[in-house]
Design a protein around this ligand. Structure first.
Ligand code: F6R
Length: 238
């Protein structure tokens, strides 16, 4: 448990920095949303100070809205360019994210899985968590999908994402996301959560049984997961 969002971001950056110094060609799985913004800011500072170099790193983002064009400022592609890929000097050919506007969704999802496979799999996957316990956009339900797929976002997720949009009608209803299998195959996982809204999801993730109703709870079956939470997100852990 970390004191606050800033120390969470610094600790997360220290872990990522350590893995990249050990293996400069690390394959990183990346998340968007508000939680990893502090991590990205700290990593960019480390790049500017010459402490780490992302020149050889390969990245794969968890998800992208659908349908959405890359140029749309609300796309995750745009978010990543702005907050991380560009300022961290990640070579564009090494930065991957699901295509939010493919001609053929299934083929595009298959291709994304293949790219991850060909890169040797993900070494370190960074995750945020939804208020409903989703990871990537794998929403709670009867069953979970293993591979990258198109998903309808839940009402809770649409409501949570609406803070990034001016009009409710603009909030995307669908997304393309890595599946639970894609995420669980990562060799190491770093889950970040900050703020009181995440308290219940974190308690169920860490203390509950494994359930498709809380997709993040499946991480309990993963051999190498670090969960970093601030005080507020840890409020129900005691
Ligand atoms: C984003 C993603 C989502 C978010 C989650 C939390 O790429 O995969 O699972 O991590 O919705 O979002 P924030 O951090 O905005 O609370």
């Amino acid at each position: 448990m970390l004191r606050d969002y800033q120390s969470l971001s610094e600790q997360a950056a220290a872990l990522v920095g350590d893995r990249i110094r050990r293996n400069p060609a690390t394959v990183l799985g990346l998340a968007t949303g508000s939680t990893p913004l502090g991590l990205y800011r700290e990593l960019v500072k480390m790049v500017r100070r010459g402490v780490i170099d992302f020149g050889e790193v390969v990245t794969f983002n968890l998800d992208e809205y659908y349908p959405i064009a890359k140029e749309n400022p609300q796309s995750y592609y745009y978010y990543m360019q702005r907050h991380f890929w560009e300022p961290a000097a990640i070579p564009p050919e090494r930065a991957h994210i699901p295509d939010g506007n493919p001609d053929d969704v299934r083929a595009s999802c298959r291709d994304y899985e293949l790219k991850i496979y060909r890169a040797g799999g993900i070494d370190l996957q960074i995750l945020g968590i939804g208020v409903n316990g989703h990871i990537g956009f794998n929403e709670p339900g009867e069953e979970l999908m293993a591979k990258t797929h198109l998903v309808s976002l839940s009402g809770e997720t649409i409501a949570a994402n609406s803070r990034f949009f001016e009009k409710a009608a603009d909030v995307p209803r669908m997304a393309i996301t890595m599946g639970l299998g894609t995420i669980m195959k990562a060799r190491e996982i770093l889950l970040l959560a900050a703020g009181p809204d995440k308290g219940t999801a974190i308690r169920e993730t860490v203390k509950g049984g494994l359930s498709t109703r809380v997709p993040a709870s499946l991480l309990q079956a993963h051999p190498r997961v670090t969960v970093m939470v601030d005080r507020e997100a840890a409020r129900y852990l005691r």
